[in-house]
Design a protein around this ligand. Structure first.
Ligand SMILES: Cc1cc2nc3c(=O)[nH]c(=O)nc-3n(C[C@H](O)[C@H](O)[C@H](O)COP(=O)(O)OP(=O)(O)OC[C@H]3O[C@@H](n4cnc5c(N)ncnc54)[C@H](O)[C@@H]3O)c2cc1C
Length: 380
């Protein structure tokens, strides 16, 4: 079915050039990065050189002012190559927007060109050991002291935690004020008192480094406060629509890729004198999954259009994040079953889709948290 998104010839050229870049420069190194548990910094520099990082950033800060569809293409092609733990959309579409939206002109001049070139890799640190879904329970403190804030606290599960040069850190500047007492700071690599803990071993998303971060009397210049003091929680909530939409369209593309490789496999695999695809169980299973995937596609494309019009679709994006991330797990599980024992072997790409999908219903807000937002939107 033809997609409703207004892709132009330029978008399609960009898609082809990004696809061949991934196949040549990224895919060949990916297994090694998975073994190392971290992507090579060089990959970010190459992405930057070719205009594939933060393409939406305005020209005066080093970008090309591209529309959101370029971000969509980047996410979809990464999914199509089954390299979703090359987590560049976190850098480009989840963290850089905080700087672009809430940063002063001076901060944008200071940081955005490096984000576009790949010299400055980004992370966002919200989660703490005692504050995941219940983010307002965070305990990291920032106390003003002259022209610095002194940060104390610990963050966990931070994607790009080891690679990051700039970390957008949420901390409480007024612990009595609840959510209204949270502020955002850009903490730079090398700031005294900012330490990285151990890299956290995971069951999937192996090339994405996930780490603990520690702040011990960490002196952050007041110039690194993003936006206004006390507005941090509001800023985080503002950006969650895009964060969850990115999760939805990337996972939608993963589900489509998963179906594609399974359709191919079942036609090749022979048993009882015929291809696996000729058994009614296989046909019904794939027919059901293809239907779910088509429903996801129609929904997510409609939301991308709404988001590009800057409409408030928080409730609907939460529905998409919840449903598509659950759906990709159903697709991965049932497709893997059709691969039999081969599906359980690492050398078959389906096994990576299966393990990488598992976290999708957990990070960027769990399915349960999405349901809370949806029910709130229903007035419950
Ligand atoms: C690989 C990975 C990368 C991540 N990257 C980042 C990152 O870059 N930056 C960052 O800040 N964080 C990151 N996170 C953290 C992630 O956002 C949190 O794990 C997530 O928000 C859930 O928090 P939690 O793990 O503390 O689980 P908890 O909040 O302890 O949740 C446990 C269970 O309780 C359920 N639950 C919670 N609230 C309710 C409720 N009201 N009603 C019913 N059930 C509920 C949850 O849905 C879940 O099933 C990452 C996590 C992982 C695993």
């Amino acid at each position: 079915m033809e997609r409703i998104l207004p892709f132009t010839t330029e978008h399609e050229m960009f898609r082809r050039s990004f696809r061949s870049f991934l196949e040549k420069e990224i895919v060949p190194h990916y297994e090694e990065w998975e073994k190392n548990g971290i992507v090579d910094r060089e990959a970010y520099l190459k992405m930057g050189e070719n205009g594939f990082l933060c393409p939406w950033v305005e020209e005066e800060y080093g970008g090309t002012g591209a529309d959101f569809l370029y971000s969509v293409i980047i996410g979809e092609e990464i999914a199509r190559c089954n390299i979703t733990s090359f987590f560049v959309y976190l850098h480009s579409d989840l963290v850089a927007p905080y700087i672009a939206t809430y940063g002063s002109k001076e901060q944008k001049m200071r940081w955005l060109p490096g984000c576009v070139s790949g010299e400055k890799i980004l992370a966002v640190a919200m989660t703490e050991p005692g504050a995941g879904s219940d983010l307002a329970a965070m305990r990291t403190r920032a106390v003003k002291d002259g022209d610095h804030y002194i940060l104390n606290g610990a963050k966990t599960f931070i994607s790009n935690g080891i690679l990051a040069d700039l970390v957008v850190v949420a901390a409480k500047t007024d612990p009595q004020a609840g959510a209204r007492g949270v502020s955002l700071f850009v903490v730079e690599r090398g700031t005294p008192g900012f330490e990285r803990g151990k890299q956290i071993p995971k069951i999937g998303m192996h090339a994405q480094d996930t780490a603990e971060l520690f702040f011990e009397d960490c002196r952050v210049p007041v110039d690194n406060l993003l936006g206004e003091e006390g507005h941090g929680f509001y800023y985080l909530m503002q950006k969650l629509q895009q964060e969850r939409l990115v999760a939805a369209y990337v996972n939608q593309a993963v589900a489509e890729h998963c179906l594609e490789i399974t359709l191919q496999y079942v036609q090749e695999r022979q048993m009882f004198g015929k291809p696996l695809s000729k058994f009614q169980n296989t046909q019904f299973c794939l027919a059901e999954l293809a239907t779910e995937i088509q429903i996801g596609r129609s929904f997510v494309d409609a939301l991308i259009l709404q988001h590009m019009k800057q409409n408030d679709v928080v409730k609907e994006v939460s529905m998409a994040k919840y449903w598509i991330c659950e759906m990709v797990n159903r697709v991965a599980t049932r497709c893997l079953q059709l691969f039999g024992g081969y599906g359980y072997c690492s050398e078959y790409p389906i096994s990576r889709i299966f393990t990488d999908s598992r976290v999708q219903t957990i990070y960027a807000g769990t399915s349960e948290v999405m349901k809370l937002i949806i029910s709130k939107g229903l007035g419950l």
